[in-house]
Design a protein. Sequence first.
Lengths: 387, 387
Amino acid sequence: MREVVIAGIGSTAFGRHAGTPIEQLAVRAAAEALIDSGLPRERIGAVYLGNFVSGPLNGKEVLAGIVADQLGLPNVPCTKVEGACASGGIAFRHAWLAVASGQCDAALVVGVETMTHAPTSQTTAALNCAMDNTNDGPSGLTFPGLFGLAWRQHAQRHGTTRAQVSAVVRKNKAAGLRNPLAQMGADLTDEQIAASAAICDPLQLFDCCPTSDGAAAVVVVARDCARGLPRLPVDVLATVQTRGASRIAGHPDLCSFDATVSAARQAFATAGLAPADVDVVELHDCFSIAEIIDGEDLGLMPRGHGGGWAAEGRTGIGGDVAINPSGGLLAKGHPVGATGVGQLYEVVRQLRGDHPNPVPGAAIGMTHNLGGTGVACTVTLLRRGDA
Amino acid sequence: MREVVIAGIGSTAFGRHAGTPIEQLAVRAAAEALIDSGLPRERIGAVYLGNFVSGPLNGKEVLAGIVADQLGLPNVPCTKVEGACASGGIAFRHAWLAVASGQCDAALVVGVETMTHAPTSQTTAALNCAMDNTNDGPSGLTFPGLFGLAWRQHAQRHGTTRAQVSAVVRKNKAAGLRNPLAQMGADLTDEQIAASAAICDPLQLFDCCPTSDGAAAVVVVARDCARGLPRLPVDVLATVQTRGASRIAGHPDLCSFDATVSAARQAFATAGLAPADVDVVELHDCFSIAEIIDGEDLGLMPRGHGGGWAAEGRTGIGGDVAINPSGGLLAKGHPVGATGVGQLYEVVRQLRGDHPNPVPGAAIGMTHNLGGTGVACTVTLLRRGDA
């Protein structure tokens, strides 16, 4: 396998883009990434597009080919991949694989979703496509229900408190204020969080990521082909895709997702790094409690200490590890297919040293993208090219 | 890149499976392929699932992970890929890539679709997800409309007649009678075809593939790891994925699909073969006229001679090249995401010498899977392992 770098990035704002066709959002982010990379478009040898529910919500598929055509890219393999909320991370891994294996020297990754135009009943039904509806459908659970149960179990086992979880919300919503691409930002008090609308006990409104539109894109290039490109390259040290149980009952423990644990272990082993080496992480905080679970699963803090670390500021900038300085899904937004690629966009900006909410001196970054009820996961480790 | 063989195949019947959840159809075909391969399931290192419209028609996504879990496969990357009607072929190419590049030694490919449970208005809308609806939607074209136009252009340019096109229908529907997995078979007369219901002038009912449910699966293995397996291996000589114009207006000529032409050229060049070397082909006859266009695009007969070759029996068993002895999409059926994998299933059975409608002595086989309005295409060349 050849060494691969990220040479270009692009992103639309995450938020409301109702009225903009989904392929146009994708084209906008991809064009920005191509220009940013300095690579002539003729050099792109594969396109991977991550998307989850454009079929049900837009009546549009084959988006990889449509986007490539509109960008004027050459006749190369164009593939949509889907793995629920991990679709973007899976798209990235496949572009990495195409380049690392020598199939091509450069590949374009795009993640995109549009959801805000649809009524809530329709987006809820679409999001539930990420569950095993045959087996778990009869439980009546939606994703807030699942993460509400996870919170209760985490609280019971580890003593995690409302105030600790609120520390996650306050950190991420405040970060959103400093990220121009974020859907929402706010300086919240614990009282405001606790008083926000009840969604699914114990989740309140501010514990849940919003419904979002958006697109993000990344250009990956073989290191040998990246000389002379304008941007500081970011090295892809490892990118791992795993599978977890597909049924909720298949998880022995709702306080942990096996797919995250195994992806992180494989990624650290491949990169020759340990969790303590990571300076900045964008992880899958679809709900506030998820940030705590994910951080523990990734090994960033000891099991059961995620709430405590959040409350003590150890997951903020200047703490032990900066988690979601973009605002995360909670504040930046969660245009599902775009999320995993958007995480890479954010970490690359951190490593380039031009993030609006900077983690000073960040050299090693990580992304974590989780799909469905933990059935799919990707973890990627990145390093600043001059580190 | 390592050499790769197909070591196992499985397929449900194509037809009506209403009431069977889509993931169960996929599991059935995949389990058959795994058993057929003789490979312990622990050896499977990647899963690729081709599917087009399970989201809109079933409300179910992340099928790759769900199917892998239900099969008891290990924790490996499980990816759904989508490229409209070429989804199955794209899934196969990615499994090949995973093995050829050394990511893993064996991979499972599954293609699946269920459509017959939905009302026609809904399946028509779902199928139109394969078009660039922003740009081509206002034309009002559905796929029968597009291929009706292609027929008219082919007739005008090359003098292709109703009788020549009916020869395709008669051949494929008759082949369907001999294929137990086919959705429909019939011994038809030209009069019966011409008198069948008008769909979209000049297409009659028998010119159109049916709406289908079904699943097919293939196990690919690195040649070095396939020793001692029970089945005669089938060599993957080349598998190519291309992109064509995404808008109908982007095609200079409706009588030809650029994506097919370029995929075939690349595949023959990679394999060191010429069209005349091919003994049996399963190609994308979503409509009768498509078989004629595809055959010409693949180089199997001179441009403009597709109709004549069909009428002269040169595309039947015993002719110059046996096209669609499975019955093709016209008679075997077209469960969209399954079709490309089903074509591989059929050709492997031909090369193993155990097809119910055999092409005697077949040593070189080909599959051709076309997506959308020609935006995605895969072509694969296979060789009998002892040839």
